[in-house]
Design a protein around this ligand. Sequence first.
Ligand SMILES: NC(=O)c1ccc[n+]([C@@H]2O[C@H](COP(=O)([O-])OP(=O)(O)OC[C@H]3O[C@@H](n4cnc5c(N)ncnc54)[C@H](O)[C@@H]3O)[C@@H](O)[C@H]2O)c1
Length: 323
Amino acid sequence: MQDKVGNGEILVTGGAGFIGRWVVKLLLDRGYKVIVLDNLSSGSRANIAEFEGNRGFSFVEGETVDHGLVDSLFKEHGFQGCFHLAFHAKTQDSVDDPEKVFKSDVQGTFHVLEACRAYQTRLLFMSTNRVYAPSSDWAGITELHPTRAITPNEAYRIAGETMALSYWRTYGLPVTVVRPFDTYGPYQRFDEEGNVVAVFIRRKLEGKPLRIHGDGSQTRDLMEVSDCAEFVVQAGTSPETVGEILNAGSGRDVTIKQLAEIISGGEVPIEHVSHDRPEKGLEKLLCNYRKARDLMGWRPKIKIERGIRQLQAWVEEHGLNSR
Ligand SMILES: NC(=O)c1ccc[n+]([C@@H]2O[C@H](COP(=O)([O-])OP(=O)(O)OC[C@H]3O[C@@H](n4cnc5c(N)ncnc54)[C@H](O)[C@@H]3O)[C@@H](O)[C@H]2O)c1
């Protein structure tokens, strides 16, 4: 079984999404041929427009849950690697319609895994820091931190991780699981599903005060998307990472108050509003990425101040609704 991805064809599920399009770009830059499978439920053609016309790139609109389609793609291309990033975007959908999201995220993963097993394709499974139980650990969350699913959304991701790693242990399929912390950068969502960076940038552009819930002491570990893409590609191609779960994050957490100050730059006021869930105010989210650093020498390159400056410049040029 191959644990190193050579210069063959790669499948990126969810490649028309925010992080996916950066992973696709990096793979193309490194000379891989890339096929994107995406149902465009939260991604868009605009995100990948830059790659149309590149002979190494092709796009297939479709579902991971479509067993026949997944199988025919593997049959045609015999992928050397698969980066599986296609998951339902809205957490609330898993609460309102758990069956629909189960099909997309768990059955979809099963089809991808079975195809990887049949064609001996190396798999990178994209998870999320949201699988971790709340923490206030000053040394940061390591991969050994307990997991806890609050909504079906996290439960399905834990199921996917577990399924993927069982294929490594049972069949020797080379699998790596990545748990990224919150990621920001060009092409991220700025609609109601956007993260705190998106909300603050949108309000600043609208000339509105940046609103902090509670005292703003809760923290986030925010990683710039090019650092995230570099991590994902390295983790999915290095022999050292097979069979591992790896945290990806900046290793520095900022309080929501600091983030508001960075984004406002003194141009719009910052106001505090009362917290609807006071216990959330204590939350500390800091990634300990030492395992990835030791295994594959990865380190984040972009500090939050620079990343936010770059994102704001990008938004000024492209607007908020480029998806
Ligand atoms: N953005 C972050 O801060 C962050 C942090 C941690 C983990 N992640 C994980 O990284 C991955 C990518 O995140 P993102 O922010 O780019 O999200 P995104 O919503 O922009 O990308 C997901 C892509 O998958 C596609 N998709 C969804 N279900 C599909 C299905 N069943 N079949 C085919 N395509 C499907 C969507 O259309 C979209 O293009 C997700 O798994 C997400 O949970 C993201």
